[in-house]
Design a protein around this ligand. Structure first.
Ligand code: ADP
Ligand code: MG
Length: 568
């Protein structure tokens, strides 16, 4: 084919402008986030320029000041940053969707310490969502620069003139529209700064007072932080909540940048596991606390912050574009969480066991939902057991109990198999269980799902010297079938079903004939049960139990399959 013509596609500004203002951003309020982000960038840029030796003025007290003027109906954001010349305004402001970030970073990349927030070259125009007129007063840091004034009333026309600004930096002044007067209320602005700008690295003042400025703890090196720092930060983020059980500090630069701190909270019974409580940031700018895509579903009950400049945000920053990086970040987070659990299991088994009621739910949900996670944590999955593992520890440990009292014992056993929870219960992994019991019953696990209603059966097993695991939390119902699928060579027997010769003896004298009725004892018992249960078809084998006198004299046992059918 022959090319007839080549050329550039044009955008008709009058028509595209209203679309940008109306549809690009999800929420009017984010205009403030955008203006403050630009101000932060301007300040960061000036410090990079200074570090490169291209500016020798004072940069020691950078600040952003927000001023509200009810009489004039204006809101202004003033920074002490790099400023703009008239040419730069023409280049970066008058050209929609053109950011200076890339150009600037390529020039000063060696002097970067904070990343630049700007990216799309569209944030500035979000101010027209709330303002009928936007004005810029700016003085560039460059020697001999003159201050400029730019003004635009929301059409595609602008005006440039002189300004009397005498200090480097920029002031953006919005004349708010009639419907947007809420942004003249200091309380509203304070709330917006707290939400979006709380962790930005420059003081933001309103009425002369600094509003933001809690340190972005996640940007610091984990080795410089104490437990108290982490706890204090948690209390700041989630006031009036119980302290968390443990936390993970995420810190990676490659192959993507992710920083953050994730906390494991104590699980409240009414916790909504479908809602994420983690706050997502991008270069310390708050994006959303609704980051389902970045957090694997099973980790939803976690709390804390994730900050990543590599999470691909759309222009409005309010939601994520679904792509491969997001999935890789999610995988990375899951892996780090598993690592920290393994680390705790190894270094402080007592604390691990004591937190298990809460942690166990994460771990089991994770195993059910994520094969990779399951592989990582399968060796640290523990179950409460009827076995008294402190006895299994041998004599030296017992001597400690007797001679040293509780405290010494706890210290000695802190990292041993025998660590107990708050109620003194012992816990074991499946592997340890199978190993301990392999002589009695190979590849077979006895478990109970309800300590109260199955008490007799649990006692029965105990009296036979058989170890029973408790799988009695709400998630265990699913988890047992999951374990059966995962470990198909292991037989899982619920204590009240399917007992076999490991447990019961056909009682010798069940064949004895009762002289008054002329029936065998077995038949008598059978009849009794049939009458009592009113189910003549039930196959009843009267069986007596091995073991001590407290064991019940006989039991009706349903086949495991029947029991499950009944439950369903
Ligand atoms: P972005 O921040 O994504 O680059 P914006 O539309 O928010 O896009 O801003 C466009 C450009 O205008 C910025 O890249 C920057 O060069 C310039 N600019 C905006 N606000 C300021 C400011 N307060 N000080 C200096 N330059 C600014
Ligand atoms: Mg911007």
């Amino acid at each position: 084919t022959t090319i007839l013509e080549q050329g550039n596609i044009n955008i008709h500004t009058e028509n595209i402008f209203p679309i940008i203002k109306k549809w690009l951003y999800s929420d009017h309020e984010i205009f403030l986030r955008e203006l403050v982000s630009n101000a932060v960038d301007a300040i960061q840029k000036l410090s990079m320029v200074a570090r490169a030796g291209d500016f020798s003025g004072d940069i020691t007290n950078p600040e952003i000041e927000i001023t509200l003027d009810k009489d004039k109906g204006t809101l202004s954001v003033c920074d002490t940053g790099i400023g703009m010349t008239a040419d730069e305004i023409k280049k970066y402001i008058n050209q929609v969707a053109f950011s200076s970030a890339e150009e600037f970073i390529s020039k000063y990349k060696d002097n970067a310490d904070q990343p630049i927030i700007g990216h799309f070259g569209l944030g500035f125009y979000s101010s027209f969502m709330v303002a009928s007129r936007v004005e810029i007063d700016s003085l560039s840091y460059q020697e001999g620069a003159t201050a400029v004034h730019w003004s635009c009333d929301g059409t595609t026309q602008f005006e440039l003139s002189d300004s009397d600004r005498s200090q480097h930096g920029t002031t953006i002044t919005l004349t708010l529209m009639e419907d947007e007067k809420e942004y003249l209320e200091p309380a509203r602005i304070r709330q917006l700064i707290k939400t979006y700008c709380d962790f930005m690295p420059v003081p933001i003042k309103l009425d002369g007072e600094v509003v933001n400025q809690h340190e972005a703890l996640w940007k610091k090196s984990p080795s410089s932080l104490s437990d108290d720092d982490y706890l204090e930060f948690y209390r700041y983020l989630y006031p009036f909540q119980e302290d968390p059980l443990l936390w993970v500090h995420l810190n990676t630069d490659y192959p993507f940048v992710v920083n953050g701190i994730l906390y494991f909270p104590k699980l409240q019974p009414d916790i909504d596991v479908t809602k994420s409580h983690i706050k997502l940031f991008c270069n310390q700018v708050f994006v959303t606390d609704n980051c389902e895509e970045v957090i694997p579903r099973f980790l939803m009950p976690l709390r804390g912050v994730i900050d990543s400049s590599d999470i691909p945000l759309n222009v409005s920053r309010s939601f994520l574009q679904n792509d491969r990086t997001v999935r890789r970040i999610a995988d990375y987070i899951a892996r780090k969480v598993a690592d920290s659990l393994k680390q705790l299991y190894r270094s402080d088994r007592k604390q691990y066991v004591r937190s298990w009621q809460d942690l166990g739910t994460f771990v089991k949900f994770g195993s059910l939902n994520d094969e990779k996670f399951k592989q990582q944590v399968e060796d640290i999955l523990i179950f409460r057991t009827t076995a008294n593992l402190s006895q299994a520890q041998g004599d030296s440990a017992k001597v400690e109990v007797e001679s040293g009292g509780d405290d010494v014992w706890q210290e000695v056993s802190a990292n041993e198999e025998s660590a107990t929870d708050q109620r003194g219960y012992h816990y074991t992994t499946l592997k340890e269980y199978l190993e301990r019991n392999k002589d009695r019953h190979e590849n077979r696990v006895f478990y109970a799902t309800d300590e109260v209603s199955q008490a007799t059966y649990i006692e029965l097993h105990k009296s036979q010297g058989l170890e029973v695991l408790f799988m009695d939390s709400f998630i265990d119902t699913h988890f047992v079938s999951f374990l059966e699928r995962e470990y198909s060579d292991i037989k899982f027997s619920r204590v009240d079903a399917d007992l076999d010769d490991t447990l019961v003896d056909r009682e010798q004298d069940s064949e004895i004939v009762d002289p008054t009725t002329n029936k065998t004892r077995a038949d008598q018992i059978k009849e009794l049960f049939e009458q009592a249960l009113n189910k003549p078809k039930v196959n009843i084998k009267p069986q007596a139990l091995k073991g001590d006198a407290t064991a019940p004299p006989a039991m009706v046992l349903l086949p495991e399959a029947t029991r499950r059918m009944q439950e369903m």
